[in-house]
Design a protein around this ligand. Structure first.
Ligand code: ADP
Ligand code: ZN
Length: 523
């Protein structure tokens, strides 16, 4: 039980330091949990207020809190922000000079510093560990904790050594935070940090004010100009895959009279900063960017985010689209999709290790399913992050506003579940579909699956049709993903119940993007 006075103290501190009068969502419970010395795992969408969950306890607690953060730019932003609040926050990374480091160490030993931001590479250094062992450390926060997992979209190998580093500092409470964690990534993080017993706080990922739309990538420039004319004067971001494309589109927009500017890592830092500031100050309406743009950018009134090219993962897509409508007002998320883009992305991975390539392929496949699926986009996105969206029609995505034709699909769902059952819950979608349509490939042969009663039961339809059925069975939770085996599908409780007592299921056909090749994009 939390004492009344303690609770008041947190509120007072919130007001005193940050000037806010209310905690948001479950911030207060999270902070109290950490202050109680418990390991804490926070999954909260971008912009919801994760940083406060370690910044405030750092101020309330004796000693120095260590914040592990992957990006020097992010660290600097946060340190500047905290300093502006009058908090003594500092960072320790490779940009500091010898003299600066000596001074920093002294201040930490003297107990002046409350928050120390470090990159995992710096924490890994013997000399830094030795020095931190002498400091009174209150707790460790791990920001962007999804970097620990190789199943996610942003894996950093050095993040996997964090636990070992922390252990050298003693038995400290840990708070891990991330804005993206599928159930699989979540478990991976907890196992790696040895905090399976941690209290997990998951906030809803539903962004009610965002409208999700996917369009075929056909006459894309024409569609883009039309969209921008209809939204003239509004603030927006257009993401492209390559720097070249960024330059090209930025120029196209400028020529057409829009206030647009490019942003990518290949630009001169001065130019990059100028364009970013221009966007923040509203001299520029539209930023055309690679994914280098956006981390740590907090512009509340971005009215649209356009993906000119298909992003590499749904995590990335969710993050990038999440930069629109932060003020709670409209945010239009438009993606131009073509199958060809997926092939291009796949080629980028050809030099990676087999495992990395496989992981990247699975992420891309999720992207493909999302784009081509007739199911509510919101429901799909939330399902991906392990959250069930129960409403039938969200009213805020293309699939809900312009629904595809529906059909009664209980027979199909039954076949999909049976296929999973008869193959022993050990296979992924491709194999299941091959069994259903009766396609005798090497796997089917070697497992003898042509002998199963379900083999060939769905031969009247093609594999694309069945993939869509299996996907819908998954999203409507008749099937579920096997947490330990990537790609493997199992039968859920709902699925078992369905086999015993089937009921009507409304399904729809996927969008057909196969014929949409954009001539102008082929150049
Ligand atoms: P995240 O790290 O989850 O993306 P931030 O920690 O950057 O989000 O917070 C997003 C914004 O919300 C920041 O401008 C922050 O100051 C603000 N914020 C956080 N908590 C509160 C609160 N309790 N009341 C008002 N604003 C808050
Ligand atoms: Zn919807």
């Amino acid at each position: 039980m939390m004492l009344v006075e303690e609770k008041d103290t947190l509120k007072l501190k919130l007001k005193e330091i940050f000037g806010y009068s209310q905690f948001r969502g479950n911030q207060e419970t999270i902070i109290q949990n950490l202050l109680d010395g418990r390991n804490t795992f926070v999954i909260m969408p971008t912009g919801a207020g994760k940083s406060l969950c370690y910044q405030l306890p750092a101020m309330v607690h004796d000693g120095l809190a260590i914040v592990i953060s992957p990006l020097i730019a992010l660290m600097k932003n946060q340190v500047d922000q905290m300093n502006a609040y009058g908090v003594n926050a500092r960072f320790l990374n490779s940009t500091l000079s010898k003299g600066e480091i000596t001074r920093l160490k002294k201040d930490c030993m003297n107990g002046v510093v409350k928050l120390l931001y470090v990159a995992p590479e710096s924490l890994n250094k013997e000399e830094n560990i030795e020095f931190l062992q002498k400091v009174n450390v209150s707790f460790v926060a791990i920001d962007e904790a999804h970097c620990i997992s190789e199943w996610g979209h942003d894996f950093r190998p050095e993040y996997r050594r964090i636990k070992t580093m922390i252990q050298q500092l003693g038995n400290l409470p840990v708070i891990a935070l991330t804005a993206t964690a599928t159930p699989k990534v979540q478990i991976d993080i907890q196992r790696n940090l040895q905090m399976e017993e941690a209290d997990v706080f998951v906030s809803s990922f539903n962004r009610k004010n965002l409208y999700y739309e996917v369009r075929p990538k056909k006459e894309t420039k024409k569609q883009l100009i039309k969209f921008l004319k209809d939204n003239k004067g509004k603030s927006g971001v257009i993401y492209c895959l390559s720097r070249k494309k960024v330059e090209e589109i930025a120029q196209l927009l400028t020529v057409n009279g829009f206030k647009a500017a490019p942003y990518h890592a290949g630009l001169d830092p001065d130019v990059r900063e100028k364009n970013q500031d221009g966007f923040l100050n509203e001299d520029i309406d539209i930023i055309v960017a690679t994914i280098a743009f956006g981390m740590g950018i907090d512009k509340p009134d971005v009215r649209f985010v356009i993906h000119y090219d298909v992003p590499k993962s749904l995590e990335g897509y969710y993050q990038e689209t999440g930069r629109s409508g932060r003020d709670g007002l409209e945010g239009h998320c438009l993606m131009f999709y073509s199958h060809n883009d997926l092939n291009k992305l796949e080629k980028f991975n050809k030099d990676k290790s087999v495992q990395e390539r496989e992981n990247a392929r699975v992420l891309l496949q999720e992207m493909e399913f999302y784009a081509e699926s007739p199911v509510c986009r919101r429901r799909q996105l939330l399902h991906y992050f392990g959250e069930e969206y129960k409403q039938d029609n969200c009213g805020m995505c293309d699939n809900c506003v312009h629904p595809r034709e529906r059909f009664e699909g209980s027979e199909f769902v039954k076949i999909a579940i049976e296929a999973v059952k008869q193959t022993g819950e050990r296979f992924g979608i491709q194999h299941l579909v091959n069994v259903i349509v009766g396609l005798e490939d090497d796997y089917v042969k070697s497992y003898g699956h042509f002998n199963l009663p379900i083999y060939g039961k769905g031969g009247d339809e093609n594999t694309d049709f069945w993939k869509s059925i299996v996907r819908q069975a998954l999203i409507y939770q008749y099937l579920e993903k096997d947490i330990d085996n990537i790609g493997v599908l199992k039968i859920s409780e709902r699925g078992e119940a369905f086999l015993k007592k089937p009921h009507n299921v409304e399904l729809a056909k996927d969008h057909d993007f196969t014929t949409d090749i954009d001539e102008e994009e082929e150049s």
